[in-house]
Write a protein that binds this ligand. Structure first.
Ligand code: FMN
Length: 392
């Protein structure tokens, strides 16, 4: 390395050191069998480690069977499922990267079809061997479907809440046991914990509903219980939908309040996404909740303002995500205080070696020293091409 740029500065969170600030965002693959990781998951996640991402998160991994988005989602509700992930974790570690797991419960957005063929809730009549065991009864803070025509969830009672909390704790312990060094609680996109936070998903009248303190209670209890159950050196992230972007929904001010409370429970990083509470397409509103005009949604870095504000106004580290595609753009986000970490989703699936290419583009690795030695022949050829081009 010849030059220090922020994107390639290591970052230590508790006892976990990320070699750089590039994070692979959780990306559902809809390729698990009964919650078990398959060769696809090894191939998919290990590629990002070969590409030298600092932290590689698994897809949303269900803490209990009914918390899967689809029957093909990854799960960690048994020790055997965790063991199946061990080789993936070991490989990511062997490349000097940090293995992370997103712990999730889909709540009222569970029991849906994998999106390769069809979308939406699994119909009661579906006779498809691939959807074995489905549909199933979903759970939520209140018995409100995501939208008309979706499954009507069962409202969790006190025992149900304890059961879900315990499922998060057990899943976190299993993840730590097989070597994951960062965990992320999925509190975004309309899934279970988000639906507790948002007044649009939570109509409870007990201690877990009502005002913002009541609505935050369960997600904060889960965060505290998970933090208490895992080794101190593990980094704990929480992904939130910083805004619902809908009238009467969760707002940026609410996110500031939640983030500070999560920090007090030992959450280290807030991962700033948005939307998803109503099931309609996400990312329809700007930072202030104003509707974006058609076509302006999902512009590069469109969620960075959320991350910037939470970083400025709370005591926690923040991660930005959403159409971060260019190395110079990513560097600018970090340099200008928009985030401490950047997460990439679609762009890094398009180019799993994005970190290596970014290192080259930012002058950090002009001689391809960061590349795996097994690929020396490939980078030798690139060097020759560079020399030839310089000679022209
Ligand atoms: C195929 C796919 C699967 C996704 N799966 C998850 C997931 O499991 N958990 C999650 O929090 N977000 C998920 N997301 C959202 C991404 O993590 C990311 O926040 C979003 O795609 C915006 O980032 P990008 O513009 O870099 O893709 C998914 C997105 C895509 C495209």
């Amino acid at each position: 390395m010849t030059k220090s740029v922020k994107l390639f500065e290591p970052m230590t969170i508790r006892g976990t050191t990320l070699p750089n600030r590039i994070v692979v965002s959780p990306l559902c693959q809809y390729s698990a069998v009964d919650g078990f990781a398959q060769p696809w998951h090894f191939a998919h996640l290990s590629t990002f480690a070969r590409g030298r991402a600092g932290l590689v998160f698994t897809e949303a991994t269900a803490v209990e069977a009914r918390g899967r988005i689809t029957p093909q989602c990854l799960g960690i509700w048994t020790d055997e499922q965790a063991e199946a992930l061990r080789p993936i974790v070991a490989f990511i570690e062997s490349m000097g990267c940090v293995p992370g797991m997103q712990l999730a419960h889909a709540g009222r957005k569970a029991s849906t079809r994998a999106p390769f063929s069809a979308k939406g809730p699994i119909p009661l009549s579906l006779e498809d061997s691939q959807q074995a065991g489905a549909p199933w009864q979903t759970v939520a803070p209140s018995a409100l479907p995501v939208v008309e025509g979706w499954h009507v969830p069962e409202a969790l009672d006190h025992n149900g809440l304890e059961q879900v909390k315990e499922a998060f704790v057990m899943a976190a312990k299993r993840a730590a046991e097989v070597g994951f060094r960062a965990l992320e609680l999925h509190m975004a996109h309309g899934y279970l914990l988000h639906s507790f936070l948002s007044p649009l998903g939570n109509h409870r009248t007990d201690a877990y509903g009502g005002d913002i303190d009541g609505r935050m209670r369960f997600p904060l209890e889960v965060a505290a219980a998970v933090r208490a159950a895992i080794p101190d050196e593990l980094a704990l992230f929480a992904r939130i939908s910083a805004i619902d972007g809908k009238e009467g929904g969760w707002t940026m001010d609410d996110s500031v309040c939640l983030t500070e409370k999560m920090a007090a429970q030992g959450v280290d990083v807030v991962d700033c996404s948005s939307g998803g509470i109503g099931g309609a397409p996400r990312f329809r509103n700007d930072d202030a909740g104003k509707p974006l005009t058609a076509g302006s949604a999902r512009t590069p870095g469109f969620q960075v303002p959320f991350s910037r504000r939470l970083r400025d106004e709370t005591s926690i580290k923040s991660m930005a995500v959403g159409v971060i595609i260019d190395p110079h753009q990513a560097e600018e986000i970090l340099q200008s205080g928009g985030a401490d970490l950047v997460a990439l989703g679609r762009e890094i699936m398009y180019d799993p070696f994005w970190p290596l290419h970014a290192a080259e583009a930012l002058g950090v690795d002009p001689d391809y020293q960061m590349w795996p030695q097994q690929y020396a022949w490939a980078v030798d050829r690139r060097s020759q091409i560079k020399l030839l081009n310089q000679g022209e």
